[in-house]
Design a binder for this molecule. Structure first.
Ligand code: UT7
Length: 327
């Protein structure tokens, strides 16, 4: 019997501070009407000054560990998906490992921007199926507010802070990850990036003056590529597994823009009642958005044993990917 990997615990955390669209109206030339109509976002969460990506990730991880009924010491691999980690080095995974008291596990970060959680799922799935690791903690955590240019209305209305986590374990039952699809088109990397602070433009007075440490996005071009890529991604993922869209109990998309989410649902002829949407509350939390939405769906009792659920994401890189799961 082949081993499969299964999600046995989920958790999420969002900072308390809420920044609403009306607050943003006082900061830049925008309106609640424009943000709501173009994105579906009403508010987003902002981390406290002392909170970094590892702090948010730890809170989400604790809840996932509790749901799985295991102890931190049982975890034998720790992966963190983030593009806003505590610092360039060491990895945020190492810092979370220390904060949770996890001993003797490898720990590393991956950066596939908003697709990071999906990339992490495939990595965890492969290691579990190989038999090498048995209890993997996968965290998606972001404090994007520190990389947001609060003077740029084209981006500052979009992003928020949050974290989500899952525990993955092997199973011999007909449950768990059925199929993964990962993609990247590096020729489009400059549509969405944080240009400063790396080895190409190390931090300097000039990079600060030129605002290179903030997220830059060519939004409209990214939007068009995202819709096209995600539509064919979900159709191909289901086709490859001989699953009809009507068999999908729940679609859990990355929350970047409500119009993108609706376009993908429409392509699959899925009613919006079968789609998890929480972008109105959190905005775009990059690699945290799918595990946050998944955790909310699990705790609301929206997923039952044996349900097919489909996760999909799109982000900087450009990267995109999907996971088909039998719960
Ligand atoms: O998670 C990673 C992947 N991210 C995505 O997939 C996001 C993809 N992009 C988007 O979600 C959308 O492109 C945005 C929400 C970012 C923008 O929506 P859009 O419908 O593509 O608008 P646009 O960029 O074409 O801008 C339309 C107009 C422009 O004015 P003009 O040139 O028509 O006069 C913008 O200057 O809206 C203006 N605008 C704003 N107006 C009020 C841009 N941002 C704002 C704003 N408030 N915050």
């Amino acid at each position: 019997m082949l081993l499969r990997s299964r999600i046995t615990g989920t958790g999420s955390y969002a900072p308390e501070k809420v920044l609403g669209n009306f607050d943003l109206e006082k900061m830049v030339d925008t309106s609640d009407g424009w943000i709501t109509e173009r994105t579906g976002i009403k508010e987003r969460r902002i981390a406290k000054g002392i909170q970094s990506a590892s702090d948010l990730g730890v809170e989400a991880a604790k809840k996932a560990i509790h749901m799985a009924g295991i102890m931190p010491k049982d975890i034998d691999m720790l992966i963190v998906a983030t593009m806003s980690g505590d610092m360039p080095m060491p990895s945020t995974a190492s810092i979370i490992q220390e904060k949770l008291g996890i001993k003797n596990s490898p720990a590393f970060d991956i950066n596939a921007a908003c697709s990071g959680f999906i990339y992490g799922l495939e990595i965890a799935d492969s290691f579990i199926k190989s038999g090498k690791f048995k209890k993997v903690l996968l965290v998606g955590t972001e404090v994007l507010s520190r990389f947001t240019d609060w003077e740029d209305r084209t981006t500052c209305v979009l992003f928020g802070d949050g974290a989500g986590a899952v525990i993955m374990e092997p199973t011999k039952r007909n449950r768990g990850i059925v199929s993964m699809q990962l993609h990247s088109d590096g020729s489009l990397w400059d549509l969405l990036c944080v240009p400063g602070g790396g080895s190409r433009h190390p931090a300097s007075k000039e990079t600060v003056k030129d605002r290179l440490h903030y997220i830059k996005m060519k939004g409209n071009k990214t939007f068009k590529v995202a819709v096209k890529a995600l539509e064919s991604l979900v159709v191909n993922t289901l086709k490859a597994n001989k699953i009809k869209p009507s068999q999908i109990a729940l679609l859990i998309p990355h929350q970047a823009n409500l119009r993108i989410i609706q376009a993908v649902a429409k392509r699959l002829h899925l009613p919006m009642s079968k789609v998890v949407v929480n972008i109105d509350k959190y905005g775009n939390t990059s690699s945290a958005s799918i595990p946050l939405a998944l955790d909310e769906a699990v705790r609301a009792g929206r997923i039952n044993d044996g349900d097919y659920i489909l996760l999909e994401a799109f982000g900087g890189g450009l990267t995109w990917g999907a996971a088909l799961i039998k719960w």
